[in-house]
Design a protein around this ligand. Structure first.
Ligand SMILES: [Zn+2]
Length: 232
């Protein structure tokens, strides 16, 4: 049920929690007006803007609900950012510029509430990533197999990527109309792939450099414990 007054709670989708959560109505603004058209006939409209804040993660979303006298009782409800929107990951700055630019366009399409376009974009994106990583060695299947052989992805990842590529292809060529959750699954797969190829190796190398070598620690321990043994 919708919140009636500011401070009331209701359940709506949260883009950051990626599920339906309890939100608090922070602010409501109602805009209404009417007009008289030919022969004195009056039409009216009412638009309500609700600012809602997730009580779990504090993310804020704006809901615009409109009624028009001539299309009553239908209500036009839109969310900004829309349900499909998701935060671009901070690690995108680890990506090569051209790839980051395509990825950002995919996120912009999600911000606009598009569903088929991001799937097509994700497919193009995976295609380019494979070309850069393993070269132009054949079709999607061959390149996925090579990614697995070179250790970038596991057998499970290869299967998931195949599913993501096929969804993008279906959106482009087979009239597939994806749902929000389909797009989120594909974006999860794309983000996991990017992290595996571009982000995790850099982080692992940094961690390796920062971690004291095991041998030195063991030597130091042996050195510090040696006199004690001699005294006893
Ligand atoms: Zn949330």
């Amino acid at each position: 049920m919708r919140a009636k007054n500011e401070g009331d709670s209701e359940r709506v989708h949260c883009n950051r929690c990626r599920s339906v959560t309890i939100h608090r109505l922070i602010k409501r603004i109602v805009d209404e007006d009417s007009d008289t058209i030919d022969s004195g006939y009056e039409v009216w409209w009412e638009t309500t803007f609700d600012m809602l804040q997730c009580r779990g993660c504090s993310e804020v979303v704006l809901r615009r609900s409109s009624f028009f006298s001539e299309t009553m009782p239908d209500e036009d409800v839109r969310f900004f950012p829309p349900k499909a929107s998701r935060h671009p990951p901070q690690w995108r700055y680890h990506l090569p510029n051209t790839m980051r630019s395509i990825l950002e366009e995919v996120y912009s399409a999600l911000d606009a509430g598009s569903l088929a376009l991001p799937l097509m974009g994700a497919r193009t994106f995976i295609d380019q990533l494979m070309a850069k990583t393993v070269g132009d060695i054949g079709g999607f299947e061959e390149r996925l197999k090579e990614l697995e052989t070179q250790g970038f992805i596991s057998t499970r990842n290869r299967h998931d990527l195949g599913v993501a590529l096929d969804a993008g292809s279906a959106a482009a060529h087979r009239g597939f109309t994806p749902k929000v959750q389909d797009v989120q699954v594909v974006m999860d797969i794309v983000e996991n792939l990017l992290q595996a190829v571009y982000v995790n190796p850099v982080g692992a190398e940094r961690l390796k450099k920062a971690t004291p070598p095991r041998q030195q620690r063991e030597k130091a321990r042996a050195k510090s414990s040696a006199p004690t043994h001699r005294v006893q």
